[in-house]
Design a protein. Structure first.
Ligand code: GDP
Length: 202
């Protein structure tokens, strides 16, 4: 699946401008700078796929990428959600992103799961808990992906996984496994691909 070409499909800044439902979708969420663009690129073997989501004006949109085809025939859509937790964001901005994410996460039939990216060096922070609250309210299955493993010592990584799993234990929509990844070394990328492939096969 991930050997297929992956291309930018669509950007949506409101629920009214979402693409028509089609192929199964997997969404990626995380604080800005968590390493989301880098991981999407590593996942799809591209150097600049997710750069679009960093261009000014695009950071507040849902960006859709198609694997193995275009808007009508992709086998899978990867959905890059707006990075959250900006210190500089205004209340109005935060409210409008939250609304967009909630509208998308609630009513999207092809959406199989959200992966919530957490900086492996720091672990879960208050904005991550807010994101998980939103996902629990939307009753959408989500799974934690820790990033930047290359910057975390092995013993610390094991502890980080443990504390993360403990923190999500009682959350209704959380999947009880976390994947540690690095876009630099590609550690964990195969595991993440396998998790996605299993979702498609279900
Ligand atoms: P985004 O804002 O979540 O899309 O994050 P980016 O992918 O743009 O990455 C933010 C910063 O983290 C950049 O400076 C990246 O070089 C760095 N980064 C991303 N992934 C990794 C990783 O796996 N390991 C390390 N050490 N740094 C990373």
């Amino acid at each position: 699946l991930f050997a297929a070409e992956c291309d930018f499909l669509w950007a949506a800044s409101s629920v009214a401008s979402l693409p028509p439902p089609g192929a199964p979708e997997i969404a990626f969420a995380g604080r800005s700078n968590v390493g989301k663009s880098s991981l999407l690129n590593a996942l799809t073997n591209r150097k600049s796929l997710a750069r679009t989501s960093h261009t000014p004006g695009r950071t507040r949109e849902l960006n859709f990428f198609g694997l193995g085809g275009g808007i009508d025939d992709a086998r899978l859509r990867l959905v890059d959600m707006p990075g959250y937790g900006y210190a500089a964001a205004s209340k109005e901005q935060i409210a409008s992103w939250t609304q967009l994410m909630q509208d998308y996460l609630r009513g999207r039939a092809p959406l199989l799961r959200a992966f919530v990216l957490i900086d492996g060096r720091h672990g879960l922070k208050p904005p991550d808990y807010e994101m998980m609250d939103l996902l629990d309210r939307c009753a959408l299955s989500y799974q934690i992906v820790l990033t930047k493993q290359d910057e975390v010592k092995e013993a610390d990584a094991a502890r980080r996984i443990e504390e993360t799993l403990k923190a999500i234990e009682k959350r209704p929509a959380a999947y009880p496994q976390a994947i540690f990844t690095s876009s630099r070394t590609a550690d964990g990328v195969a595991e993440l691909r396998a998790a996605i492939a299993r979702l498609l096969a279900e």
